[in-house]
Design a protein around this ligand. Structure first.
Ligand SMILES: C[S@@+](CC[C@H](N)C(=O)[O-])C[C@H]1O[C@@H](n2cnc3c(N)ncnc32)[C@H](O)[C@@H]1O
Length: 312
């Protein structure tokens, strides 16, 4: 039997989620994080949040929504976002980007660094740290004394739990499988405490290049850049089209002239943001210099007008 309000009961022991409560949760999540929850995500919401209801001793989603809206619900609003983010990541994910970083992007930047220029990279939506550590390892492979120069990697995520994991930098040995034996030897040390048998901790050199922080990409950014490289991969796929578009523009504003943007392989720039960037290959872009003609979107060769992965 459907619960009042046309909701669904996901099964025995799970609280019912009415249409009105789902809509209220989706609205709140969108306002707080930009994450878009279409009706197809109803099952995910139910399975991930039922645990939160149990932890709070609440019987139904109506009570949970009231708790979230109350002034005392501020902490729970953070937990709500943590529960609904997808944090899947791995070292050297989409390794083609790291080949480009190593072979094309970093050499001129590191060369400039030896002449005193600052180099800034940002892993935006860094999850549990594998992406920024992969960036730092790629830098150190090319420049073992990178710490002597003004080279920094900023790594941020909305979810404080994954940022804490990233900062701790302890991973099961199996997670290091994408690294070469030489990289494992140089950039990791066996972790004796806390991480479980066979855990490996990131060594001081990669850690030393990275600054971790909690940051909501749809909020204010407490820095002005400019950045030479931004990685924002497998993050905007969860946002609606308007939020994605605002983000591309903000990245363009924050990148230095001809700065690099890497996005996830199932993501694409919104059409109106295309004039801001020149494609360099698969999901790799460079900021275009501003100038005449920078306002008009070039026709798409494939004729597509929307993101086929997200349906936005
Ligand atoms: C699937 S992970 C991607 C991790 C990494 N970039 C990669 O490609 O392997 C997506 C991350 O985006 C983060 N995220 C989602 N919404 C965000 C927001 N509004 N601000 C910052 N990070 C956000 C999530 O917490 C999650 O850790």
């Amino acid at each position: 039997m459907s619960p009042p309000g046309g909701g669904v009961d996901a099964g025995q022991g799970q609280p019912a989620l009415s249409d009105a409560d789902f809509a209220a949760l989706a609205r709140l999540v969108r306002e707080e994080s930009g994450i878009h929850l279409p009706p197809s995500k109803r099952g995910l919401v139910l399975s991930r949040l039922s645990k939160r209801l149990r932890a709070l001793g609440l019987e139904d989603f109506g009570a949970y929504c009231r708790h979230l809206k109350a002034p005392s619900g501020a902490e729970e609003r953070g937990r709500l976002i943590s529960a609904l983010t997808t944090n899947v990541t791995r070292f050297f994910r989409e390794d083609h980007h790291f080949a480009v970083l190593r072979e094309k992007v970093l050499p001129p930047l590191l060369d400039n660094a030896t002449r005193g220029r600052r180099v800034r990279l940002w892993s935006a939506g860094c999850s549990s740290g594998e992406e920024p550590y992969s960036i730092a390892i790629t830098i150190l492979d090319l420049m073992p004394d990178a710490a002597r120069h003004d080279i920094r990697v900023l790594a941020t995520d909305i979810d404080p739990q994954v940022v804490a994991t990233a900062r701790a930098g302890v991973y099961p040995a199996a997670a290091l499988e994408p690294l070469t034996p030489e990289q494992r030897r140089r950039y990791f040390v066996p972790e004796g405490t806390g991480g479980g048998p066979g855990s490996m901790a990131v060594a001081a050199a990669p850690r030393g290049l990275i600054t971790f922080g909690v940051l909501n990409l749809i909020g204010e950014w407490p820095f002005r850049g400019p950045f030479d490289v931004i990685f924002c991969r497998n993050v905007v796929i969860y946002f609606d089209a308007a939020t994605q578009e605002r983000l591309w523009r903000r990245y363009a504003d924050l990148l230095c002239a001809e700065g690099h943007l890497f996005i996830g392989h199932s993501e694409r720039l919104s059409r109106s943001a295309e004039p801001l960037f020149a494609s360099q290959g698969v999901t790799h872009y460079r900021k275009r210099p501003a100038g005449p003609g920078a306002g008009a979107a070039p026709p798409r060769r494939d004729g597509a007008t929307h993101n086929t992965e997200t349906g936005t």
